[in-house]
Write a protein that binds this ligand. Sequence first.
Ligand code: GAL
Length: 686
Amino acid sequence: MTAARRPHRWLPRPAGSAARLEFGADYNPDQWPREVWDEDVALMREAGVTIVSLAIFSWARLQPEPDRWDFEWLDEVMDLLHAGGITVDLATATASPPPWLTTNHPEILPVGSAGETIWPGSRQHWRPTSPIFRDHALRLVTALAERYADHPALVAWHVNNELGCHNAYDYSDDAATAFRHWLQSRYGSIDTLNHAWGTAFWSQRYGDFTEILPPRLAATIPNPTQVLDFKRFSSDALKGHLRAERDILQRLTPGIPVTTNFMVMGTTNALDYADWASEVDFVSNDHYVIPGPHDRDELSFSANLTGNLAGGAPWFLMEHSTSAVNWQPINLAKKPGELARDSLTHVAHGADAVCFFQWRQSSAGAEKYHSAMVPHAGRDSRVFRDVVTLGDTLRALAPIAGTLRRPADIAILFDWESWWALDGPAHPTTELRYREEVLAWYTALLDLGLRADVLPVASDLAPYRVVIAPLLHVVPTSLASRLADWVAEGGHLVTTFLSGVVDENDHVHLGGYPGALRDLLGIRVEEFAPRLPGESIPLDDGTTGTLWSEPLDLTDPTTEVLVRYAGGTLTGRPAITRRTHGLGSATYVSTRLTPEHLQPLLRDLTARAGVTSPLPPALRSAIEATVRTDGEHDWTFLINRTASAVDISEMPGDPVHPRPPLPVVGRLLAPHGVAVLSTDARRSER
Ligand code: GAL
């Protein structure tokens, strides 16, 4: 998070109208004949839709030739929606350039690392750094903003779509030029760059910025700092595009907030959203559940991090699916109840808008087998009935709109730079998955009934008693000092193997691992000892580690050993240590523990820090609880993490739910159900 946060802005609402949770979808009327549009609006009203994202992929229709525009159909759709009481998050339509543009200017097409052209025929086939593409895109943005500035349906702008979903890494000549400029401004001189990139290695020393290229396909392992900087640059290049569109919109329509849909836990990790969040008026995110053992907690984790990227303010769930997606090897339909559960989990973490991709399921094209609010089967379908029920539920939850999430006592740090660096070439193991490792800690806390805020690493840690920093690999000395100061003042830090190892240039902090955090932790590691797949290492508390181990020495008399290795050559050596420092403590975990095996450790460490679960013991592993509050009222979301009904009689408060199918029958919360209980805020603790 480099920039100060912009003030949060939300959708304008007519004076005197009550706050509400928004509900809707991407709407693609240009895929359908005119007569379908009336039915669309009627069904939207039936479902309680309040907003649609319009014209996301409509460039070729809006501008069929370089100097011919066709807005009449969009005028009509905007008018129809407005007449139906539905507001519009209008896309700038720049996500997929039309064929005439790529035919006239093939030089806007992205280039892969091996020099291969990414051809048109799908979407997002544009170079983030192409000046020609930028000119054409901004012309379209300007035309849309001028035409719809005063349209009463317009309440938000939707810049492009999922920037960088398919074109984050472009290795073209345009990218090379822009990369050189970016490097010049980062480093100032070629000598500084040579030092940062460690170019004394393998004769890579540059004499001038003009000699530098993106990390194109090379004979073997590329320069890791060049790769890391290219990732930073690529995130910045797309952020530059976002800013360029946003600046036009803010100039021409200053009353309309601007957003773009992030993919916080999406298929690419190329965009540093901690750095992007301050560029939009409100944060929006797209999230798709990938079915698997951790889908429930992964959804919560993503929503939680998005809420913190939004600085705790309400945010927009711009896309998720009503049922199956179309881009997995096997695309499973959602089970009964999952649609509501998934939506409400986002609301539990601060979303004030629940939207889907897309309104009406396409009958043709690449996404015809992707679910929608109105499926191929039409109105008479389980999905549409569930959609209507969800619309009712969101209406009943309207008082929640605009409320804030109550912060947790525990934070888990999330760091895109560490993720990028650990994904880089030639590391001690290829078995490491940053996101899964961080998620394991989150799951372990939920299993204990403990809530944590997933936070960008640059966040203020002062409000937290415990901070968990798994795999915090990139630790500049300034970050190490910040963590040490926070610990000295009473914070309890928990970190793991591979943390503190490198600085911002991906240079190893010399003298032993964990480098920049060595003194704070009071330990020293001379050599890594990664484990083979399937190989585990026993620990003397009865748990087992996998993936990683280390021969660890204590360097400070106050460092205590919490757990030792109990197998192989490391038998008897420390595995988990804790050092008190000032008023706080710093704990180090040198191996990978499953959520189940993290539990005893976390139970002990959080208890020592004075943090306990607010849930009754019987509910602790079954329920995820989050609280939204307006200071007077609390709304406690109870999310059933299990496939069994859970008795929630011990929880205070009255369920807020409109009509069947109720997730709460008597005081039993249905499998995977979500209950929202309303209580007086003054009775709550944090
Ligand atoms: C998103 C995208 C949508 C649609 C959706 C399908 O990545 O923004 O346009 O493709 O995925 O899951």
